[in-house]
Design a protein around this ligand. Structure first.
Ligand SMILES: O=C(O)CCC(=O)C(=O)O
Length: 211
C-alpha cells in the first residue's frame, strides 16, 4: 500500500510532502555540506555547447560528465579526481523512499546539486543511465532540502505542458515506470524559505539513480 501523504501526480510520479523530519533533514544537510566542500568538491559544470550550469554539482558513486553525457569513474571533464563513493546511509534513505512509493531502487549513484538564490535547471530528461535501467523504469528518487524550488514536471516530449510543483524542504519526489523519462527542471528558487533550523541559504537537491 502506498504510504499516507504520497500524492501521485501522474502514473509513476509521486510527491512525498514533508517526508523527512527536521532532524533527518538536518543530518542530510550536514552530509551534503561535508561532501560538497570535501576533498573532491562540488563544481559548476560546463555542458556540451559551452554553457555553464546554474548549480554547483557533486556526483557520488559515478560521475556524470556534462560534455559527453556519460557516467565515468573520474571527473575527466573537470579535474580528473575520482568520484567519491555514495554513502551507505544516503543509499538506504533513497531505497526506503522508493519503497514508500511502492517502487524498487537500489541506487549506485547520486547527483547532489546546490542551488543559490539564482539557481535553476533547464527542462531535461534523465536518460544517461543504462538502457536496462531505463527500460525497466527504475525510478529516480529526489530529495529537496532548504529553500523551496519551483519544479517543473512535464511529459515525454519537450513541448508537452509542464505542471509546476513547489518542492519544499523535506519533500521527496519519485518518478519511475511510465514517468521515468518525463521532462523536468527547476525554474526558480524561492529565497529565504528554508527552515531556519537548517541554517542553510539556498537549496540542496539529491537525485538517486540506479545505473
Ligand atoms: O533540483 C531538482 O529538483 C531537480 C534536479 C534534476 O532534475 C537533476 O539533477 O537531474
Amino acid at each position: 500500500m502506498i504510504t499516507y501523504g504520497v500524492m501521485e501526480l501522474a502514473p509513476g510520479a509521486f510527491h512525498l510532502k514533508q517526508h523527512l523530519s527536521l532532524p533527518q533533514q538536518r543530518a542530510v544537510v550536514e552530509s551534503c555540506r561535508a561532501l560538497i566542500d570535501g576533498a573532491v568538491p562540488g563544481y559548476v559544470p560546463v555542458v556540451r555547447g559551452g554553457g555553464k550550469m546554474h548549480v554547483r554539482m557533486l556526483c557520488l558513486g559515478r560521475h556524470w560528465n556534462g560534455t559527453t553525457y556519460r557516467y565515468e569513474e573520474a571527473r575527466s571533464d573537470y579535474d580528473q579526481l575520482p568520484v567519491p563513493p555514495l554513502p551507505t546511509g544516503l543509499r538506504e534513505l533513497a531505497r526506503n523512499i522508493a519503497a514508500a512509493a511502492e517502487m524498487k531502487l537500489d541506487p549506485d549513484l547520486c547527483i547532489l546539486n546546490y542551488y543559490g538564490a539564482d539557481g535553476r535547471m533547464g527542462l531535461h530528461q534523465d536518460k544517461d543511465e543504462s538502457a536496462e535501467s531505463l527500460a525497466a523504469g527504475v525510478p529516480v528518487v529526489s530529495i529537496s532540502l532548504g529553500d523551496t524550488a519551483r519544479f517543473l514536471f512535464g511529459g515525454l516530449r519537450r513541448r508537452d505542458p509542464v505542471q509546476p510543483v513547489l518542492l519544499e524542504s523535506g519533500d521527496a519526489f519519485v518518478f519511475g515506470g511510465p514517468a521515468r523519462l518525463r521532462y523536468h527542471g527547476v525554474s526558480r528558487i524561492v529565497p529565504a524559505t528554508a527552515p531556519p533550523e537548517l541554517g542553510l541559504d539556498g537549496r540542496f537537491n539529491l537525485t538517486f539513480r540506479q545505473y
